[in-house]
Design a protein around this ligand. Structure first.
Ligand code: AMP
Length: 268
């Protein structure tokens, strides 16, 4: 299992050293996870990371790490990022791009990487293309998690996060075994500041305007795999694995367009 990464170094600091113990793989997966806030990208990244030993790189986690740095030691970019996050707005592109540029070691992890929450704008996607070309790396696929808006809002409202190992729980859909405590490390779970109704509204609007167009961007490049994100996390994960295998002509292979949606399970 890949260890959780402590993301503490960004903009104004030296290049971050990746603390993740990845599994070396002959065919490392290099994936982008797309989708609205709350759709479950973090949970899927955690499941993928555990099964593939790929490095889970979440720009949101990196920005949240700035909170634990004493205010006097924060760079101006950190203060700007924290203020944008609190309001549910996107952190400026240039900051995000620099932050990801500091994480090159993660992009080279032996087990591959899972980009969660990056890119979020076409400008960021273009910067990622450039960075990967420079590093001689290629994306395998972009998994686009799709869920109707009311369900997304319900998921965001009940979300519980582990401050230490970043595991994601939900107060009804993915309850921790012991109330308020992380199943993996026992830390006290918390609700994110930006999972409040006012921030959720801003985040959804921003998603529609700035991030949703990325589906078209990656579809044109033949990388988009859209996954129905309803059901339990493990079911969505199985759907994701099957969709990737189908794309690679594996056991679940069905000759269909990579941009075609996986089927939602029949209602019980
Ligand atoms: P997340 O944990 O991915 O939901 O991100 C939480 C917040 O961090 C977002 O609402 C943004 O304020 C900020 N953020 C994370 N990733 C990005 C990104 N790629 N571009 C701009 N802002 C980001």
């Amino acid at each position: 299992m890949a260890a959780k990464k402590k993301a503490t170094s960004w903009v104004g600091s030296v290049h971050a050293k990746c603390g993740v113990r990845t599994k070396s793989s002959p065919a490392p997966r290099r994936l982008v996870l797309l989708g609205a806030p709350g759709v479950g990208k973090g949970t899927q990244a955690e499941l993928f990371s555990n099964s593939l030993g790929a490095c889970h790189l979440s720009t949101g986690d990196i920005f949240r790490a700035a909170k634990s740095i004493p205010p006097a030691q924060r760079t101006p970019a950190m203060n700007t990022a924290l203020e944008h996050m609190r309001q549910g707005m996107l952190v400026p592109d240039d900051t995000v791009i620099k932050v990801v540029g500091e994480q090159i070691c993660c992009l080279h992890c032996d087990g591959g990487f899972l980009l969660d929450g990056f890119p979020r704008t076409v400008k960021q996607a273009k910067a990622l293309d450039k960075l990967l070309a420079k590093e001689k790396l290629k994306l395998d696929a972009v998994l686009n998690y799709d869920l109707p808006l009311p369900q997304v809002i319900q998921r965001l409202g009940g979300r519980l996060i582990c401050p230490d190992c970043r595991a994601v729980f939900h107060d009804s859909a993915r309850k921790p075994k012991v109330d308020t405590k992380c199943d993996h490390c026992g830390a006290l779970l918390y609700r994110r500041d930006d999972d409040q109704p006012a921030s959720i509204r801003v985040r959804m609007e921003t998603y529609k305007k700035s991030t949703a167009p990325l589906a078209g961007y990656y579809q044109k490049r033949g990388l988009l795999v859209t996954i129905a994100a309803d059901g339990k996390p493990e079911e969505i994960f199985q759907r994701s694995v099957a969709a990737l295998a189908a794309r690679n002509g594996g056991p679940h292979h069905k000759p269909k367009s990579s941009a075609q949606k996986t089927r939602r399970p029949a209602k019980k």
